[in-house]
Design a protein around this ligand. Structure first.
Ligand SMILES: *Cc1c(COP(=O)(O)O)cnc(C)c1O
Length: 377
């Protein structure tokens, strides 16, 4: 089956006695055993639940992994995945990470005596130079958030495996429709399903997809030990979102290319960060490893007052955190996603008071451009 079909029919094993077309929402914490010595498919919903399992099977097939597990948020997924890394280990991670991941690594992971080097992972030589005897993991986002740095997944996987390290890739921005890190050599793929997979800004969720049985068994062990699984109803909502993932991504990608190109021609916009612009730094590598560019655009405008005016005056774009939904959003990383990052650290990388991040939705692109035009003034 091709990807678009898998989004609807990845798990055909859903026929129940009513013949429901959609996987029924199985709102049960526990399941009745058939007999003393008979193994049942389900026993308790922290271990597994039919609605959640159906969704996990879909995501596993879309990412072409060995198995997938669904959690109540992207952060829960990252937390569980990081438990695969034993204490006293060293990790090399993208410096331009999702703010929540940075907070987790700098606090909770650090408390487990895990040390981090945050570097620009698009620089392969720099990554190599950071490897130590206790390095266990390379953790990347590509394109990164919000600077859209592109890391060559195949090359970084080669470095990881030559040195016996694991490679985790947060694939939230491009989704398996555009990019399949496991096929490029990653060991674990992580998602905030809250974003493009769910796609409607209405449900939090997260996924960990493992390449092989050994890693999948470890994820399941920590998952059943800790909890934090996705509820049956939320599993249903994310599954419903995934059915339209390809057509949403197509429209978002098309809109984003037009908006980024338009922004680039506007003299009040000093810099446009979008991997779909053919003179953007990561363009070639992204094109090589992905089938699309996605809908995330960052911009640096000419002044702080203009950044604030745009946030105040947009009418269709909504000034809100998050990304990946059908609605176009705009956010101020300095005040939202990167509020916890030290001022000098973020400013050094260009995340200053003139910097905005846009998540392009599926509205008519002319309306979106007109909205930006009137807000920029
Ligand atoms: C939002 C996000 C997360 C965290 O996911 P939640 O569902 O909000 O917990 C992790 N990684 C990336 C890239 C994200 O955009």
């Amino acid at each position: 089956m091709e990807f678009e079909t898998l989004c609807l029919h990845a798990d055909l094993n859903i026929k129940d006695e009513w013949g429901t077309l959609n996987q029924a929402i199985c709102q049960s914490a526990t399941f009745v055993h058939k007999g003393v010595d008979e193994v049942s498919l389900y026993s308790y919903s922290r271990l597994s639940n039919p609605t959640r399992r159906h969704l996990e099977n879909t995501v596993r097939k879309l990412e072409e992994g060995y198995d997938a597990y669904a959690f109540s948020s992207g952060m829960t997924a990252i937390t569980v995945a990081m438990l695969l890394i034993e204490k006293n280990s060293h990790v090399i991670a993208t410096d331009d990470l999702y703010g929540g991941a940075l907070r987790l690594f700098n606090n909770v992971s650090k408390d487990r005596q895990i040390e981090f080097d945050f570097v620009d992972t698009s620089n392969l030589e720099l990554v190599k130079s950071k490897i130590r005897s206790n390095t266990k993991l390379i953790y990347i986002e590509t394109p990164s958030n919000p600077l859209m740095q592109v890391t060559d997944i195949k090359e970084i996987a080669k470095i990881a495996h030559e040195n016996n390290l694991l490679l985790f890739v947060d694939n939230t921005f491009l989704t398996p429709y555009y990019q399949k890190p496991l096929n490029l050599g990653a060991d674990i793929v992580i998602h905030s399903g809250t974003k493009y997979l769910g796609g409607h800004n209405d449900t939090l969720s997260g996924f960990v997809v493992a390449k092989n049985k050994e890693l999948a068994d470890k994820v399941l062990f920590y998952s059943k030990t800790i909890g934090g699984q996705l509820s049956p109803f939320d599993s249903f909502l994310i599954e419903r979102g995934i059915k339209t993932l390809p057509i949403r991504m197509d429209r978002i990608n098309e809109n984003a290319i037009k908006i980024a190109s338009w922004l680039k021609e506007n003299p009040k916009i000093k810099k446009v960060y979008y991997v779909g612009l053919n003179d953007f730094k990561g363009y070639e590598i992204n094109k090589k490893q992905s089938k699309g560019f996605g809908g995330m655009i960052s911009i640096e405008v000419e002044s702080e007052s203009l950044a604030k005016k745009i946030l105040k005056d947009v009418k269709i774009f909504q000034y809100a955190e998050s990304l990946g939904g059908v609605d176009s959003l705009i956010t101020y990383p300095m005040l939202q996603t990167h509020a916890d990052v030290k001022k000098e650290d973020r400013e050094k990388r260009g995340i200053n008071e003139r910097f905005l991040r846009i998540s392009v939705g599926i509205e008519n692109v002319n309306d979106l451009i007109l909205d930006l035009k009137q807000a920029i003034g």
